[in-house]
Ligand binder design. Structure first.
Ligand SMILES: C[S@@+](CC[C@H](N)C(=O)[O-])C[C@H]1O[C@@H](n2cnc3c(N)ncnc32)[C@H](O)[C@@H]1O
Length: 303
């Protein structure tokens, strides 16, 4: 497996959510109860009934975190410190169950083979180098771990119709990601399957989600009715994918290393696990880099 990138490599750009009121404007006041409830159903269907340590990648303000209640501990990882602060305000420490980590998905600060589960919901669509992000995720999972990935589907029904009517220039059928706004990408389901396979994930189940994400329908029909229809339509996901959002449950294939007991973080700059704890920081004894820990948030951002 290819190792993670070093600081000398040029890292892909990050879609910056620092200071954003995403949770409040997009979810709480954004009229997206339908999407939120559809995603809740998909997660319930895909999540294992019990587990030890789950990594939530791009956790944002923790909208989905309470849905991981079957896991003993959850690491909320996000590049934006202010998003993690919002999550902290909403969720607290969960009696020590929640661990808050500011870090870049392209340079994860964990030892190899640590987690028995990971989720990445509404986050891959910000990845300019999605295969590289998936490769990082695979590294920190142990063999047999479950990975639930949500991605924005470029080959959705609306995009196909718009393309056929010549109201959209890009083809929903080509495998390349489409960047419809800066650092916002839609992906082709076949490209995602290929990248998962290349990174030694076996896709087990696919659910198509939010089929009825159309404002006129959302205005005309009660949310409960739309959610009920979507809940049934989700079950066709293994056969075809025409919805704007797709959830895949994949298993990390072995053989691959498992973290030793007591190991957790590793330095994202030099990739050594020899981190020494001081009050308010961790220091890497290999490269001397210092990583702050402030107000309950580990800060491993390298740039
Ligand atoms: C659209 S929000 C989704 C938040 C949450 N998963 C949800 O569904 O409500 C995307 C999140 O991904 C985070 N993000 C974007 N690029 C990242 C990166 N390279 N590393 C870590 N987090 C990243 C952003 O800070 C943001 O909080």
């Amino acid at each position: 497996m290819r190792l993670g990138w070093k600081l000398t490599d040029r890292p892909p750009p990050i879609c910056d959510y620092e200071g954003s009121d995403y949770q409040e404007t997009f979810w709480d006041a954004g009229g997206r109860a339908y999407e939120d409830r559809c995603e809740e159903i998909a997660l319930r269907r895909l999540l294992p009934t019990a587990g030890e340590l789950l990594l939530e990648i791009g956790a944002g303000a923790g909208r989905n975190t309470p849905r991981y209640k079957n896991y003993r501990r959850v690491v909320l990882l996000d590049y934006s410190r202010t998003q993690l602060q919002r999550a902290q305000e909403r969720l607290g420490s969960g009696n020590g169950r929640y661990i808050y980590v500011a870090a870049d998905v392209y340079a994860l600060p964990f030892v190899v083979g640590l987690f028995d589960a990971a989720t990445m919901i509404r986050t891959l669509h910000h990845m300019a180098d999605a295969p590289r992000a998936l490769q990082q995720v695979r590294q920190v999972l142990r063999p047999g771990a479950v990975f639930i990935l949500e991605y924005a589907n470029k080959r959705n029904l609306k995009a196909i119709i718009r393309y056929w009517l010549r109201r959209q220039a890009w083809s929903p059928f080509s495998l390349a990601p489409v960047e419809f706004a800066r650092l916002n990408f839609d992906f082709h389901p076949r490209a995602i399957r290929r990248w998962l396979q290349d990174n030694r994930f076996a896709a087990q189940r696919t659910l198509t989600v939010s089929h009825l994400r159309v404002s006129i329908l959302k205005r005309a029909l009660p949310t409960g009715v739309l959610v009920g229809i979507d809940s049934l339509a989700q079950l066709t996901g293994d056969w075809w994918q025409l919805s704007p959002s797709v959830f895949v449950r994949a298993e990390a294939l072995g053989p691959s290393p498992i973290a030793s007991p007591g190991e957790f973080f590793r330095c994202p700059a030099c990739q050594q696990a020899r981190l020494v704890e001081h009050p308010g920081s961790l220091t890497c004894s290999a490269c001397s880099r210092e990583w702050p820990v402030e107000a309950g948030i580990y800060d491993f951002r390298v740039r």
